[in-house]
Design a protein around this ligand. Structure first.
Ligand code: GDP
Ligand code: IMO
Ligand code: MG
Length: 429
């Protein structure tokens, strides 16, 4: 096996960063393929904590080529800051390559993200305010500026002067003062100078790596139910976090993907608005948030918490054609007498056969629960399945049965060592 896609199987923050860090030790390439600095991927190495927003988590390994794929929305200012922050802690990092096809997030995207959210009033999406939606809007509208254009001063000047005229008209509609062309151009020329050495073709680079049997790890961002097409639209992000996005966002074709692992928490969280069928707005939800320190890595917002949603997870296994699951944070549920999981949904007393599509279909949808004995004790020191309490093992088995998908890796804590590989055939360690 040489190509492995890691995706978020729920609503994001499943601990993809930790898993990419663990698997990245054996990878030669680690590739982000969608989203931008709306992502927040935490990696703990000993006493050090790294929060990656744009850089692939695998960049911590000096032997890794860390790629920002063409499907991404890249904020040059944030990328330069993140690069400097990382280099200050780790002077020896992997080799960075940024696709010229990736779209550039510019200050007007960020402003429009905030202004559009304000205009939505009570229908807010709850975005991360990073300008991601407006940047991808430009991409679809065919007015976006790409990294390959940013690093060519004359091309960038021409593109920016055309686009900015329209953006300033839009800003005026919101009653916002215009952005000055010269100030913006000069600032971004500085980032372009700094980033130019990294902007190189990625498609042939990755296609050749795959052909040569090199280990390529694709690092998903966000989660399946935040996907523009497969998520709980309109409460989604504007890119493709699902496994199919790895092909779209890199130029590696579907037959070249060997394995897909879906990272999921032992429970459910979501930041921002939109359906969350198993959400607990009571003391139990507060307890999960407290035990799991469930606050956003990017925005610090409290995450909405609930029991595991197996109906959603089953759907996710199919959409992403998962080879296996990576079940994380089972340590967080320690201490509950009983744990619950929703096996399916019902509406008007009828079992729902499909995952609701349009947002109005979620009205009146109720989770149907299974309650199981909980577990206690020092879960984080477990290093094999046998070290876990029987009730935790039963829970894992139940997840496998309900999703018809094997749990390939278990994560029992944030550290690299707190990882149990159950199915080495589905991973490469
Ligand atoms: P990502 O966006 O999917 O990479 O996830 P985040 O980094 O936003 O959030 C996951 C959080 O869980 C981070 O703070 C990790 O350090 C932490 N973490 C990862 N695995 C585990 C685990 O098995 N148990 C616990 N308690 N924390 C974990
Ligand atoms: P990682 O990679 C959790 C959510 C936002 C909001 C919606 C749209 O760390 O798992 P956007 O700024 O993308 O237009 O916001 O998507 N969101 C995330 N939630 N984890 C993330 O990334 C997220 N990236 C975006 O909270 O609801
Ligand atoms: Mg995160």
């Amino acid at each position: 096996m040489s190509t492995l896609v890691i995706i978020g199987a729920q609503w994001g923050d499943e601990a993809k960063g930790k898993i990419v860090d663990v698997l990245g030790a054996e990878a030669e390439f680690v590739v982000r393929y969608s989203g931008g600095n709306n992502a927040g991927h935490t990696v703990i190495v000993g006493d050090e904590e790294f929060k990656f927003h744009l850089l692939p988590a695998g960049i911590l390994y000096p032997h890794v080529v860390a790629v920002l794929g063409g499907g991404m929305a890249v904020c040059p200012r944030s990328l330069v800051e993140e690069l400097d922050r990382t280099l200050a802690k780790r002077p020896e990092i992997g080799t960075l390559v940024v696709s010229p096809a990736a779209h550039v997030v510019l200050p007007y995207h960020k402003l429009l993200d905030q202004l559009e959210e304000e205009a939505r009033g009570s229908n807010k999406i709850g975005t991360t305010s990073r300008g991601i939606g407006p940047c991808y809007t430009d991409k679809v509208q065919r007015t976006g500026i790409r990294m390959g254009e940013l690093v060519e001063p004359n091309v960038f000047r021409e593109r920016l002067s055309d686009v900015l005229k329209v953006k300033n008209q839009l800003l005026a509609m919101f009653g916002h003062p215009p952005i000055d062309f010269n100030a913006l151009y000069t600032e971004y020329l500085g980032y372009a100078e700094r980033l130019r050495p990294y902007v190189k073709d990625c498609e042939l680079l990755l296609q050749t790596a795959v052909k040569e049997g090199k280990r390529v790890l694709f690092e998903g961002a966000q989660g399946t139910f935040l996907d523009l097409d497969h998520g709980t639209y309109p409460y989604v992000t504007s890119s493709h976090p699902v496994s199919g996005g790895a092909c779209l966002g890199t130029g590696v074709g579907p037959r070249d993907i060997d394995s897909v692992l879906g990272v999921c928490k032992a429970y459910t969280t979501r930041v921002g608005s939109g359906p969350l069928p198993t959400e607990l707005t009571d003391a139990v939800g507060d307890r999960i948030r407290g035990q799991g320190h469930e606050y956003g890595t990017t925005t610090g917002r409290p995450r909405r918490c609930g029991w595991l949603d197996l109906a959603a997870l089953r759907h996710s296994c199919r959409i992403n054609s998962l080879s296996g699951l990576v079940l994380t944070r089972i340590d967080v549920l320690a201490g509950f007498d009983e744990v619950r999981a929703a096996t399916h949904y019902s509406k008007d007393g009828q079992k729902l056969a499909h995952f609701p599509c349009c947002v109005h279909e979620w009205e009146g949808v109720e989770p149907v629960w299974t309650t199981m004995p909980g577990w206690d004790g020092d879960i984080r020191s477990a290093r094999s399945l046998e070290d876990l309490p029987q009730s935790a093992r039963n829970y894992i088995r139940f997840v496998e049965e309900q999703t018809e998908t094997p749990v390939a890796i278990l994560s029992v804590g944030p550290d690299r060592a707190e990882t149990i590989v159950l199915r080495p055939d589905l991973v490469w360690i």
